[in-house]
Ligand binder design. Sequence first.
Ligand SMILES: C[S@@+](CC[C@H](N)C(=O)[O-])C[C@H]1O[C@@H](n2cnc3c(N)ncnc32)[C@H](O)[C@@H]1O
Length: 300
Amino acid sequence: MQEYHVPVLLNPSVDALVYDPDGIYADATFGGGGHSRAILKKLSAKGKLVAFDRDDESLANAPDDRRFTLVHHNFRFLKQFMRYGKMLPLNGILADLGISSHQINVGERGFAHRLDGPLDMRMDKKSPVTAADIINSYPEEKLKHIFKLWGEIPNAGRLAGTICQGRTGKTINTTEQLKQMISSCTPKHSPAKYLSQVYQALRIEVNGEMQALESLLKAAADCIGTGGRLVIISYHSLEDRMVKNFLQTGNLDGIRKTDMYGNVDRPFNPEPNKAIVPDEQEIQINNRARSAKMRIGVKQ
Ligand SMILES: C[S@@+](CC[C@H](N)C(=O)[O-])C[C@H]1O[C@@H](n2cnc3c(N)ncnc32)[C@H](O)[C@@H]1O
């Protein structure tokens, strides 16, 4: 059987997160539970870990450990859960963003352009909008907007126009149909890169990923106590930019605002200031690690 997911930057992320073994931590993106299990190893009998995942297929990976709770929910609601469970302030939050290898390897989930399957892409199978709904119903301008914004696709306008023309009189239901329909827009020299960008844009829109990340960053500022850690691993530049701006300037636009003494008004100090990336050895073992960037903030 294929492994559910190989955790990326496992030791550096968990070492950066857990500074107090008696503390309360959150793993916002449980997945296969690799990071959670490593966190639990570092915790004492008093420590606690609450993990979140919106995909019900991840629930079977939950370790049987009385210090551990798994919440089947969007991490957007982390603050409400923690407050309700009287678990504030937190000592740290870890988020390993995006999708797991399991999600991408199962054709029926529709996350991979190399596998034929339904155009789904929902992390939570109960959420109302699929990638097919977007492809079949979004107006041309809105499609162009998401391809440009979330996929950073240079010919977003042409792509949106091709989709709107191609879907006339029929419904697009599968990844293969979408691939065929947009083949005239796909560059012959790097089709996989282009299709990954198209899929990235659709996935971000289907799952509201940027909005969820924004909520998580704001919740982290409210929930983590002084000296606590925020550790975020991201896999594309849009997410990394948002995290970097937030840690460095305290806002999502990256505009530095200083007080009368010249101090930047921000909830976390980025430590270190630069992103940490996997070494060559990790990338060789786990190709998925190649695009990972980890940023760490220490709550002021
Ligand atoms: C990269 S995987 C995490 C892998 C995990 N660190 C491990 O060691 O196995 C990301 C996981 O986060 C979940 N996820 C992504 N966005 C989420 C959100 N907004 N709320 C809850 N879970 C989310 C996905 O369903 C997926 O299982």
